[in-house]
Design a protein around this ligand. Structure first.
Ligand code: NAI
Length: 334
């Protein structure tokens, strides 16, 4: 039996966590024979609600859930953490300026980064979900200098899964038949969902998505818009943001970090851009295609980038540079 691992989920009283915690606790992410100590962090006013979540987790009577800790204290939450899934963040309220939202989140992720630095294992894997996810991840990374920056990533897997689903729906094939889509850049509406390296399994072989779809204007037009705007469409319909699909994407993302990506396949995740071969400025937390082996990601090298893609990749990089500059202003003064 492997040693128990400590998994922290922040924003644990929120709606994504409500979908996520059961999957993590029952073994969807780390395997069904991995004992888990689950630590749940939320803010003080949510401790009552969180108590209910703890009761429900206990009532699931899961064989490998060794312990559930609920807390509003960062020193308790981050102590000896193996995996930290940072979901909680300051939501955008009506009338709130983007700058104010960034400022509130810099405060949270600076503090949680410092807690990681001080209390977590140096091998901890840190996954940031709370928005603005890329810049929050960069803030946490900068605030935890003793943890390797490669241990930090942010979630763009939901966008990746949305892109796969759109192509699968268009062709009436299973999502598992669509591989190697890419989300470049920011988890925002400037992201670039790129199908130019994607393949689809049809007629017993893998062919390029462009060849399979036979509609370039859709792949370069409505496909992009649908994926970029999907989060907003879900909010409009549900009056709440994506939670079930976000939780599923988090499971996919963390499971791939833990067990690696399948041979010949890559996935999208936000990682530090240092030394990439795609002309993205260094020191941005940018979503790239990656493969993962031995719990270590590697940016897929050598993909051809045409002018259409170049323009879209630069646009989303520009937004991330602006977010970073604003966040760093607050970071040095916070
Ligand atoms: P929610 O509002 O239901 O839950 C958020 C929880 O975080 C609340 O319980 C809140 O009290 C808690 N929280 C706030 N500040 C905290 C702090 N400093 N420490 C610990 N907990 C704190 O929100 P939901 O729907 O669960 O979404 C969470 C975040 O995930 C949002 O920022 C959302 O925009 C983001 N998101 C990101 C996606 C991605 O693909 N990267 C996809 C979907 C959502």
């Amino acid at each position: 039996m492997p040693d128990t691992i400590k998994v922290l989920v922040t924003g644990a009283a929120g709606q994504i966590a409500y979908s996520l915690l059961y999957s993590v606790a029952k073994g969807d992410v780390f395997g069904t024979d991995q004992p888990i100590s689950l630590c749940l962090l939320d803010i003080a006013p949510m401790m009552g609600v969180l108590g209910g979540v703890v009761m429900e987790l206990q009532d699931c009577a899961l064989p490998h859930l060794k312990e559930v800790i609920a807390t509003d204290k960062e020193d308790v939450a981050f102590k000896d953490v193996d995996v930290a899934i940072l979901v909680g963040s300051m939501p955008r309220r009506e009338g709130m300026e983007r700058k104010d939202l960034l400022k509130a989140n810099v405060k949270i992720f600076k503090s949680q980064g410092a807690a990681l630095d001080k209390y977590a294992k140096k091998t901890a894997k840190v996954i940031v979900v709370g928005n603005p996810a890329n810049t929050n991840c960069l803030t946490a990374l900068k605030s935890a200098p003793s943890i390797p920056k490669e241990n930090f990533s942010c979630l763009t897997r939901l966008d990746h899964n949305r892109a796969i689903a759109q192509i699968a729906l268009k062709l009436n094939v299973a999502p598992s038949d669509v591989k190697n889509v890419i989300i470049w850049g920011n988890h925002s509406s400037t992201q670039y969902p790129d199908a130019s390296h994607a393949t689809v399994h049809v007629g017993g072989k893998d062919i390029s998505a462009f060849e399979a779809v036979k509609d370039d204007s859709w792949l370069k037009g409505d496909f992009l818009k649908t994926v970029q705007q999907r989060g907003a469409s879900v909010i409009q319909a549900r009056k709440l943001s994506s939670a079930m699909s976000a939780a599923k994407a988090i499971c996919d993302h963390v499971r791939d970090i833990w067990f690696g990506t399948p041979e010949g396949q890559f996935v999208s995740m936000g990682v530090i851009s240092d030394g990439n071969g795609y002309g993205v400025a260094n020191d941005l937390l940018y979503s790239f295609p990656v493969t993962i082996k031995d719990k270590t990601w590697k940016i897929v090298e050598g993909l051809k980038i045409d002018d259409f893609s170049r323009e879209k990749m630069d646009l989303t990089a520009k937004e991330l540079i602006e977010e970073k500059e604003t966040a760093f202003e607050f970071l040095s003064s916070a």
